[in-house]
Design a protein around this ligand. Structure first.
Ligand SMILES: C[S@@+](CC[C@H](N)C(=O)[O-])C[C@H]1O[C@@H](n2cnc3c(N)ncnc32)[C@H](O)[C@@H]1O
Length: 298
């Protein structure tokens, strides 16, 4: 009896062990079939989007928005602020694509058109366009060559963070329309760099789509593109994170009725010692713009 009983419990143990091994094998096969997207692979895919040309440029990757689009997409006050700059001031457009917004700003306008395109400015500022890939057009080359004193510059071939302070200099105005702010995988370093390039009193105008809105009015069922969490894993909003930056005055306009909940952001540098709360990248999925998740450090 004892031996039969011993045999039965041994067989039961063996059966349980076999089931557990089979479950583990099944799980391993499942994870092999569906590997989690790896950040470095996604960054390679993202690089292909930047390098795309001609008919390979994805339809949603828009690189030629004009100044009137900037006026619609950037926070209120952008046109007035641009109009108030003098001819010795400098404007940096990060993620400028073909630089169409700067071309429009320099184009001669009649008064009715200028109100719509926000180019009714007096003196023309010195403008710098920055793009990872070179998307200059003949129109850009012709205009840049026709202006004395290198008033228009176009930098390409690297990311904002790779430029030294001397290469770029300082700016009264920095804009970013679906550029590095929406695309970078180094978000806090990006903002830190932008602030370092602003004169004290200078302003950064940007937007970020697919985020949890400051006013909390996002609709249900949204696919978010940029998500933040605090060190304990609790959700954090882009605006509440930015508002913890030292020497920066941040204002946000929440757009809950846009296709994606979007925050229009203006940051004014108010003193020299800027410091942006640090964060690390947790997830990245290539796209236009990409999907990103970051965690704030303690
Ligand atoms: C979708 S296009 C937008 C172009 C333009 N602002 C417009 O609205 O038509 C994205 C631009 O951001 C640039 N970009 C993305 N990340 C960047 C970074 N970290 N530094 C500089 N440029 C960046 C790309 O090279 C490209 O010029």
């Amino acid at each position: 009896m004892r031996s039969v009983k011993g045999f039965n419990s041994g067989a039961a143990c063996l059966a349980v062990a076999i089931i557990m091994v089979m479950q583990l094998l099944e799980e391993a096969a499942w994870t092999q079939e569906l590997p989690p997207p790896r950040i470095d692979e996604e960054i390679i895919k993202q690089e292909k989007i930047y390098r795309s040309s001609g008919s390979d440029v994805p339809r949603g990757y828009v690189t030629d928005r004009g100044l009137s689009d900037y006026a619609e997409l950037l926070p209120a006050g952008f046109c007035d602020a641009l109009g108030n700059l003098g001819s010795s001031d400098r404007w940096l457009d990060i993620g400028a694509g073909s630089g169409q917004a700067i071309l429009d700003y320099y184009a001669p306008q009649d008064n009715s058109a200028s109100r719509k395109t926000c180019s009714s400015t007096g003196g023309k500022v010195r403008a710098v366009a920055l793009s990872i890939e070179d998307r200059r057009t003949d129109q850009w080359r012709d205009l840049a060559a026709s202006l004395r004193d290198e008033r228009l510059k176009y930098f390409s071939g690297k990311r904002l963070r790779e430029y030294s302070p001397e290469e770029l200099g300082k700016f009264q105005m920095i804009t970013d329309v679906f550029g590095g702010f929406s695309y970078t995988e180094h978000l806090y370093q990006f903002v830190d760099k932008v602030l370092s390039l602003l004169e004290v009193g200078g302003e950064f105008y940007t937007l970020v789509p697919g985020v949890h809105l400051e006013d909390g009015k996002d609709k249900l069922g949204i696919l978010y593109l940029t998500e933040l969490e605090d060190a304990a894993g609790r959700p954090e909003k882009v605006c509440s994170w930015l508002k913890k930056t030292a020497c920066a005055e941040v204002t946000c306009e929440s757009k809950h009725d846009w296709k994606r909940p979007t925050e229009l952001i203006k940051i004014r540098r108010v003193c020299s010692d800027t410091s942006v709360p640090r964060m690390k990248l947790l997830e990245f999925e290539a796209g236009y713009p990409p999907a990103r998740r970051f965690q704030l450090e303690q």
